[in-house]
Write a protein that binds this ligand. Structure first.
Ligand code: AMP
Length: 185
C-alpha cells in the first residue's frame, strides 16, 4: 500500500474533496498548495501578497514562491509516513523538482493518480462551487493553463506509476475506487 499519493487532474475534477477524505481515512496530511496559498492570502502574509494577483487571474504562481515551501512541508514530522499532494506538481519542472526532492528525502514509492473528467463537466462544477478565484474568466484561464502546463505532467508520470480514475461519477463511487487503489498491495 502506498501512502504517498500525487493527485493530478484538471481544476474541478474533485481532487480536493477526494484527497481530503482519503487523507482523513489514511491519517496522513492532505497537502494542497492552492489551500496553503489561499490561507496565506487570508492571513495577508508576504507569500499571500505576492501570490494573490496570479491566483486572481487563474495563472500559476512562480516556482520561487512554492518550491521551498513544498520542501519544508514534506520534511515536517507528520509527513514522514505518507501524504497526499493535491495541486502540486503543476508543471513538468515542478514534477522534476519533486522527483529529486523525494529521492533526497528518501520518500520512495509515490504513486500518481489522475482524475479524468470531461471539460464541459469541469466548467459546470467550477461555476457551481463559487470560490473567490472561480469567476468565469478565471476558470477559462485556469483550464487553459491546465491544458498547456499541467496536462504534460500526466505524461511525465505515465512512464512511472500513474493510475487513471474516472472522476465523472458520484463522489462516493470515485472514493471507493481510490480507496481500493491505495490499499492494493
Ligand atoms: P488549486 O486550489 O489547486 O486549484 O489552486 C488554486 C490556485 O493556486 C491556482 O490557480 C494557482 O494560481 C495556485 N497554485 C496552486 N498550486 C500551484 C502550483 N503547484 N504551482 C503554481 N501555482 C499553484
Amino acid at each position: 500500500m502506498s501512502k504517498r499519493l500525487i493527485f493530478l487532474g484538471p481544476p474541478g475534477a474533485g481532487k480536493g474533496t477526494q484527497a481530503q477524505k482519503l487523507a482523513e481515512q489514511a491519517q496522513i496530511p492532505h497537502i494542497s498548495t492552492g489551500q496553503i496559498l489561499r490561507d496565506a492570502i487570508a492571513a495577508a502574509t508576504a507569500l499571500g501578497k505576492k501570490a494573490q494577483a496570479y491566483m486572481d487571474s487563474g495563472d500559476l504562481v512562480p516556482d520561487a514562491l512554492l518550491l521551498d515551501l513544498v520542501r519544508e512541508r514534506l520534511q515536517q514530522d507528520d509527513a514522514q509516513d505518507g501524504w497526499i499532494l493535491d495541486g502540486f506538481p503543476r508543471t513538468v519542472a515542478q514534477a522534476e523538482f519533486l522527483t529529486d526532492l523525494l529521492d533526497d528525502l528518501q520518500q520512495n514509492s509515490a504513486i500518481a493518480i489522475t482524475l479524468e473528467v470531461p471539460e464541459e463537466v469541469l466548467v459546470e462544477r467550477l461555476l457551481a462551487r463559487k470560490r473567490q478565484d472561480d469567476t468565469e474568466s478565471t476558470i477559462r484561464r485556469r483550464l487553459e493553463v491546465y491544458r498547456q502546463q499541467t496536462a504534460p505532467v500526466i505524461d511525465f508520470y505515465r512512464t512511472h506509476n500513474l493510475h487513471a480514475v474516472d472522476g465523472d461519477r458520484p463522489p462516493e463511487e470515485v472514493f471507493q475506487t481510490l480507496k481500493a487503489l491505495v490499499s492494493a498491495p
